[in-house]
Design a protein around this ligand. Structure first.
Ligand code: CA
Length: 617
C-alpha cells in the first residue's frame, strides 16, 4: 500500500514538475511585415514542452487561425492571418498552462518599404561578380575566432576558414564597381557552425542569422545599403536541398520526416540529368532526390508542409529584410520539383520582377532549359524558375579555344550550343559564365594562355544572357596543383592585412594581371550602357576555318564580334558571308584596341584573338 502511495505521489510530482517545465526559446521568422499579398504567416515556435501550452493572441490586427502540433512536443506551428494593414504593429503572443502564463513574446509586424514589391531583379543589363566571402578580404580580424563557433581561422589549411568577412567586402565595393560589375553574388553568408569545411557556407546551421565570423545581420543590411547606393545589385545564395549536420534543429527535429531518412547513410547520385529523364526509374529518382549531399549535409524533405512553409517564408524574409535583388538557389533539381515550383511562385507573387537563378548542372541545353519558367516540357512541368546557369556553354568555353577546329570541335562548340537556344523559353535571361566556385579556374583550363581567356570572356560579355565573372578572374588567379575545392577559392591577394601584394591596386598587380584587369575593366564599363548587348538581337555565322562571327543589333546599333581561333594564321573576314550586315556600314570602332575601322570589307583578325566592332552609320 505504502509503495502504491509513493508511486502515486511521485507520479503527481512528476506531472507538476513537467507542467512547470515549459519555456520559449525561438520564434521564426523573428519578425514579419504587413502588406504582403499573402496575408498568411506560419510561425515556428520552439521551446521546452511548448506544445503543452495554450496559445493566445489578442489583437485586432492578427487572427490565430490554427495551432499545429507535431511529433516533437518542443515545437508548435502557428497559422496566423494578418489583417490588411498599412502600418506596423506589435502583437503579444502568450503561452498559458493551467491558467498561468508560462511564456510570451512580442511579435513585430513591420511596414514594407515603399516600392519593395516592384524591385527589378538582376538581368542581362548586369554583370554579376561572384565572390566567396571567406576568401575575398578580411576586413575585421576580431571576428576571425569567436567563442561558440567550432572552427577557427587557419590560412595554412586550403579547406579551412581564412577570415574573410562582410567588412572586407564593404571595403572593396569601390574596386568591384570600378571593375565594372553591377551585381554581386556572394556565396552563402548564413551561419555555418560546422566542425570542418565551414568556410564555403553550404551547410547552413541557422537560416535566420549571418555567420558571426562574417558579421551580424545588421552588417549584411549595411552591405546591402552600400551596394544599392553604388547602383549595384545584391544576390543571395540559398540552399534548400540540405542543411548542416550542426543545425540547431538536428538535436531534436520537429518530426522524423523533416529529413529524408535512410536505414544507413545514402549519398545522392549527383546525376541532375535524371530529373528530366523521360525514362527515369523510381530507384534513380529516389537516389538522386532523397540521397544526402554529404554525411554532414542532411537532406531536407520539402514535402513536409511545415518545412516547406519555413523555407518559403525564409527566402521572402531575406528579400524584404535585406532588400535583395536576386537569389541564387543551390542544387536546384535535388529538391522536390513540385516544391520548387511552389517556392518560385510564392516569391514571384510578392516580387513579380525579381530574379532567381537555379543551379541546374546539366551539360546539355535541353536538360537545363527544362527548369526555366514556362518551358514547354512534355511532362507539363513548369518550375517557374526565371533563370538558369548556362552549364552547356561553360563546357564549350573550356574546350573551344583549346581544341583544333574540326567538323564539331574548336570554336564550333560555341556556335553549336547557341544554336540549341531553341530549348530555352528565354535564352536572354540565362546566366553565362566561364568560372565559378566549384570548378578549376578558367585561366588554368586554358593552360595559362591569356589570349584564350580574353576570347572566352569577350564571348561571355557580348553574347546573349547575364554574364557572371568569378572573383580573381580579373587578376588571373589560378587553381593550383592539387585541384581541391579549397584551391578553387583562394584568398584574393591584398585582402589580408599582411599580404605581400595588394592586387586590389594597380601597383600591387604584375603586368599580366594589370593587362587582364584593364581588359575586363574596359569591356565591363563599355557594356554597362550598351542596350544592344543587353537586349539586342543575335545573329551568328557558321564558323569557317576557325573564324567565328556574330552580330548583336537593334534598330539603333550594330556590334560585330569576330574570333579567330587559329594558332598561327591571321584570317580575313569573308565580306560575302556577312554582307547582310556589312553592306550597311563603312566605318566602325574596335572597342578593345580603340582603333578606328575604316574598311569593314577587309577585316583581318590576328590568331587567337577577338575583335568587338561597333559600327556607325
Ligand atoms: Ca574576419
Amino acid at each position: 500500500m505504502k509503495k502504491t502511495i509513493l508511486i502515486i505521489i511521485l507520479f503527481i510530482a512528476n506531472i507538476l514538475l513537467f507542467a512547470q517545465d515549459i519555456s520559449l526559446s525561438r520564434v521564426e521568422p523573428p519578425f514579419w511585415w504587413t502588406g504582403f499579398k499573402n496575408r498568411q504567416l506560419q510561425l515556428m515556435i520552439y521551446g521546452k514542452n511548448i506544445s503543452q501550452a495554450t496559445v493566445s493572441i489578442k489583437s485586432p490586427d492578427v487572427a490565430l487561425v490554427r495551432v499545429n502540433k507535431v511529433e516533437n512536443p518542443d515545437y508548435l506551428f502557428l497559422d496566423l492571418l494578418i489583417q490588411p494593414l498599412n502600418r506596423r504593429t506589435n502583437i503579444m503572443i502568450t503561452f498559458i498552462n493551467k491558467g498561468k502564463q508560462v511564456a510570451g513574446c512580442h511579435y513585430e509586424l513591420r511596414m514594407r518599404k515603399a516600392g519593395s514589391a516592384d524591385r527589378v531583379g538582376f538581368n542581362a543589363n548586369d554583370v554579376v561578380y561572384l565572390l566567396m566571402p571567406d576568401r575575398f578580404a578580411n576586413g575585421d580580424t576580431t571576428n576571425d575566432n569567436l567563442p561558440g563557433m567550432f572552427e577557427t581561422t587557419d590560412r595554412n589549411n586550403p579547406d579551412g576558414r581564412h577570415g574573410g568577412d562582410i567588412k572586407g567586402i564593404m571595403d572593396h565595393l569601390g574596386y568591384i564597381q570600378d571593375l565594372g560589375a553591377t551585381a554581386i553574388w556572394i556565396n552563402p553568408l548564413l551561419e555555418n557552425n560546422m566542425k570542418k569545411y565551414s568556410y564555403h557556407g553550404y551547410s547552413t546551421t541557422d537560416y535566420y542569422n549571418i555567420d558571426a565570423r562574417f558579421g551580424r545581420n545588421e552588417d549584411y543590411i549595411r552591405l546591402s545599403d552600400s551596394i544599392h547606393k553604388k547602383g549595384m545589385k545584391l544576390i543571395m545564395d540559398m540552399i534548400f536541398n540540405h542543411c548542416g549536420l550542426e543545425h540547431w534543429w538536428m538535436k531534436a527535429l520537429p518530426s522524423p520526416d523533416w529529413l529524408n531518412n535512410w536505414p544507413e547513410f545514402t549519398r545522392t547520385s549527383y546525376r541532375a540529368g535524371t530529373m528530366v529523364d523521360p525514362y527515369l526509374s523510381a530507384y534513380d529518382s529516389r537516389q538522386f532526390v532523397k540521397g544526402w549531399f554529404d554525411q554532414t549535409m542532411p537532406d531536407l524533405n520539402q514535402h513536409n508542409p511545415y518545412l516547406a512553409k519555413y523555407l518559403i517564408q525564409n527566402s521572402i524574409w531575406w528579400i524584404e529584410y535585406a532588400g535583395l535583388d536576386g537569389i541564387r538557389q543551390d542544387t536546384y533539381p535535388y529538391c522536390y520539383k513540385d516544391f520548387m515550383a511552389d517556392w518560385d511562385k510564392a516569391v514571384l507573387k510578392e516580387y513579380p520582377r525579381f530574379n532567381i537563378v537555379g543551379e541546374c548542372w546539366v551539360t546539355n541545353p535541353a536538360g537545363v532549359a527544362y527548369w526555366q519558367k514556362d518551358a514547354k516540357n512534355r511532362d507539363h512541368y513548369n518550375s517557374f524558375l526565371p533563370s538558369v546557369f548556362d552549364f552547356p556553354m561553360y563546357d564549350a568555353l573550356r574546350l573551344g579555344f583549346m581544341e583544333d577546329d574540326g567538323w564539331n570541335t574548336g570554336i564550333l562548340r560555341l556556335y553549336d550550343i547557341l544554336s540549341q537556344d531553341l530549348s530555352y523559353p528565354d535564352p536572354s535571361h540565362i546566366v553565362i559564365f566561364s568560372d565559378n566556385h566549384d570548378v578549376n579556374r578558367y585561366f588554368d583550363s586554358q593552360k595559362d594562355d591569356i589570349r584564350k581567356v580574353k576570347m572566352g570572356l569577350a564571348f561571355v560579355l557580348t553574347t546573349r544572357g547575364i554574364p557572371e565573372i568569378y572573383y580573381g578572374t580579373e587578376i588571373l588567379m589560378t587553381t593550383g596543383d592539387d585541384q581541391g575545392d579549397g584551391q578553387k577559392r583562394k584568398d584574393f591577394p591584398g585582402g589580408w592585412p599582411k599580404d605581400l601584394h595588394n592586387a586590389f591596386t594597380a601597383s600591387g598587380r604584375d603586368a599580366p594581371q594589370n593587362d587582364m584587369f584593364q581588359y575586363l575593366h574596359n569591356l565591363l564599363n563599355w557594356r554597362k550602357n550598351k542596350e544592344v548587348i543587353h537586349s539586342g538581337k543575335l545573329k551568328q555565322f557558321v564558323p569557317n576555318d576557325g573564324l567565328y562571327v556574330y552580330f548583336r543589333y537593334n534598330q539603333h546599333d550594330t556590334v560585330m564580334v569576330v574570333m579567330n581561333n587559329n594558332k598561327y594564321e591571321t584570317k580575313v573576314v569573308n565580306r560575302n558571308v556577312c554582307n547582310e550586315f556589312l553592306k550597311n556600314f563603312h566605318r566602325g570602332k574596335e572597342i578593345i584596341s580603340g582603333s578606328e575601322i575604316t574598311d569593314p570589307d577587309h577585316l583581318s583578325v590576328a590568331p587567337k584573338s577577338v575583335m568587338i566592332i561597333e559600327f556607325k552609320h
